[in-house]
Design a protein around this ligand. Structure first.
Ligand SMILES: [Zn+2]
Length: 674
């Protein structure tokens, strides 16, 4: 991304605006330290601040990382450096270690991206303010810093895991950069902390909220291949193979720290950066999701979906070959049947995982390697011969070209490359590009689920993939996210299937739920309203002088750009202007079953009419409970939208109202005059 103007950056710093976290870094001349925009330290003077588009650029300018805000913990938006998809692709390759070997050169990297070295350097300077080598070095240092801080790994392992050639070099770099030896950067952890070998090493991978963990976990749960993957207790477990060695991981959500935690059980620490990069890709932690949602909301077709599934990510594949095989196996059969076939393939051709490196007792084997399947004389699976041939062709192509599923060149080049493989058509190629190569503009327009999803929203679109493609032009460059949303409206037909039926089966803990609230303030004729939303709906609309204990909600963060809150504000404004009589918003109030039944009954009172508590109680089938109904009415968190102001005393008197009797009278007058 091109850096915003200095005063914009400075304002972001002053209000510690989390939206800029990971996108800008500030070097402070007076201290020589560089920080994230969310640093808790006192905001430095304007003239002392210098802004950079990457940590590498700040380090190149001579700043050292702040020990308070810890730039190594900024969300890694590696793949989101805005407008340059080449830079994004290069960063993805660097994250997987493309510049970490002794013989690795920027020239090779540039060649893989289909351009000259000078051109690549120029792009890096323009978008990141630093050279590819600086970016790779900074990544290494910051990864080492994270390992030092978060784990008990021995120094030599930290040095090796983060790609340093020797411990001496590692010490040298740290002394230079932090002005102290690495050991001084260790967080004091109690001495009985588990040893790395038994429990593995846990890393926190930060994302930029919102993040719809339930949806992505459900997606992986529906496709988990027995023996290789397990989803249980809100966590994802899988076996991994890197350079011939085997181990496993455990991935969980840490909403409080806005990240996902990955526990790595693997015999070789040098694989850690690769494992971390792959988990980031699979769980799509690098997306600047608010920017994407704001863009997609511009289309009225998608706006309600985006508001409903805030933070919906586009799940990636752990491994390109694995994903391609699964795409072939899944052609024209159900997700369940495809899982069974994949399990049979794994049982026959997957290597067992090393004992002591297993994160879940049901994990047994790694997914078969391309070369094993390529070598097999005949693949033994109960599928049609044409599909067997396709499987074999994918294995051979992948074994012959290790970069087959890597992001190089343009998306069209990737699609063409894949379509050269026997049995891979347009749909499979687009699907693989989306999930494995992480082309966020890939769009399998012929997908039945996508077409059904689109048709459910707009009947015209059902007629042809071409119409859908035309509409999708407006969704570029993030058509993959639009696809994920469309799949969500067409249950049973597609990758992100069937949310509704699995809704009751909650995958998150209660703790996760209370952490996910955002709010926004809006002025209104009846005082300032506080609009509050969860990830699934509007949770509350509170009055300016609402008694603090009436509706108790904890841990909310302000978010003036939340699409759902903005939509609620828009509808409320129309209501106050006399242009709206009912609301159409996803609602997610928190309360007891009885309270919710009362609030639902309130929704049925028509605009401009009133009811008494007694009438409401009778309507609910509890005629003697008018007092309890009154109490539940008084606890209604969704003021105005759930019209508790339309309930009056049996004598016609305006009874107590959380927003004050003046406000109640105002609302009834407003509705009577419309
Ligand atoms: Zn700082």
């Amino acid at each position: 991304m091109e850096l915003p103007a200095k005063d914009v950056c400075y304002r972001a710093l002053e209000c510690r605006d989390a939206r800029f976290d990971g996108l800008i870094f500030v070097g402070i001349k007076s201290t020589g330290v560089y920080c994230r925009p969310v640093c808790p330290a006192r905001t430095p003077k304007f003239q002392n601040c210098f802004f950079y588009a990457s940590a590498a650029a700040a380090q190149d300018a001579g700043y050292r990382p702040c020990l308070r805000c810890r730039p190594e913990t900024a969300p890694d938006l590696a793949s989101w450096h805005g407008t340059s998809s080449t830079v994004s692709r290069a960063l993805a390759l660097i994250a997987e270690g493309a510049l970490d070997h002794d013989r690795a050169t920027v020239e090779d990297l540039a060649t893989r991206l289909g351009m000259g070295e000078r051109q690549l350097r120029r792009l890096f300077l323009r978008h990141l303010g630093a050279s590819p080598i600086s970016v790779a070095q900074t990544r290494r240092v910051l990864f080492a810093k994270q390992l030092l801080h978060d784990t008990r790994m021995p120094m030599a392992s930290v040095a090796a895991a983060s790609g340093f050639g020797s411990v001496r070099r590692f010490n040298e770099v740290f002394r230079n950069l932090y002005q102290r030896p690495p050991v001084a950067l260790r967080r004091s952890v109690s001495s009985d902390a588990p040893t790395p070998t038994a429990e593995g090493v846990t890393l926190l991978l930060r994302y930029k909220p919102p993040y719809d963990w339930d949806s992505i976990l459900r997606f992986f749960a529906q496709r988990a291949v027995p023996g290789v993957e397990v989803v249980e207790d809100g966590k994802y477990f899988r076996t991994v193979e890197i350079n011939g060695q085997t181990g496993s991981i455990e991935v969980s959500h840490d909403a409080r720290h806005e990240g996902i935690r990955v526990r790595i059980l693997f015999p070789n620490v040098r694989a850690f950066p690769t494992i971390a990069a792959r988990v980031r890709r699979q769980f799509d932690t690098g997306a600047d999701i608010r920017t994407i949602e704001a863009h997609l909301s511009g289309d009225p077709l998608l706006a309600p979906l985006v508001a409903r599934y805030l933070g919906l990510r586009a799940p990636g594949g752990w491994d390109g070959f694995e994903l391609a095989v699964r795409a072939v196996l899944g052609q024209q059969i159900s997700v369940v049947a495809a899982r069974k076939l994949a399990a049979a393939l794994v049982a026959r051709y997957g290597r067992p995982v090393r004992k002591n490196y297993i994160s879940h007792p049901d994990l047994h084997r790694v997914f078969p390697a391309a070369k094993n399947l390529a070598r097999a004389a005949a693949i033994d699976l109960p599928i049609p011969a044409a599909r067997l041939a396709a499987l074999k062709a994918v294995a051979e192509a992948s074994a012959a070209d290790p970069n087959l599923f890597r992001s190089t060149g343009s998306i069209d080049a990737a699609i063409q490359r894949l379509k050269h493989i026997r049995g891979i058509g347009e749909w499979s190629a687009q699907y693989i590009a989306l999930r494995a190569i992480r082309e966020m503009d890939a769009f399998p327009a012929t997908d039945v689920g996508l077409l059904r999803g689109a048709a459910a929203l707009d009947p015209h679109m059902a007629t042809s993939p071409n119409l859908l493609l035309q509409r999708a032009e407006a969704w570029r460059p993030w058509r993959a996210y639009a696809a994920q949303h469309l799949w969500s409206v067409a249950p049973n037909t597609a990758p992100a299937q069937n949310r509704r039926s699995t809704k009751s089966q909650s995958l998150t803990t209660k703790k996760d739920r209370v952490m996910d609230l955002v709010y926004k303030l809006m002025p209104s004729p009846v005082g300032e309203l506080k609009l509050i939303a969860s990830q699934t709906g509007i949770t509350a609309i509170l009055w300016e002088n609402d008694p603090p204990r009436r509706v108790r909600l904890e841990n909310m963060v302000r978010d003036d750009r939340n699409p759902m809150l903005l939509e609620a504000e828009r509808q409320l404004r129309e209501y106050f202007a006399g242009k709206r009589q009912s609301f159409s918003l996803p609602l997610d109030p928190r309360g007891t079953t009885f309270q919710k039944s009362v609030w639902t009954a309130l929704l049925a009172i028509p605009f401009g009419e009133t009811r008494t508590y007694g009438e409401l109680a009778r309507q609910l089938g509890t005629p003697t409970a008018s007092r309890a109904v009154g109490a539940a009415n008084g606890r209604n968190p969704l003021s105005i939208v759930v019209p508790c102001h339309r309930v009056i005393g049996s004598t016609g008197k305006l009874t107590g109202f959380a927003g004050g009797l003046d406000a109640k009278a105002y609302l009834l007058r407003l509705e009577a005059s419309s």
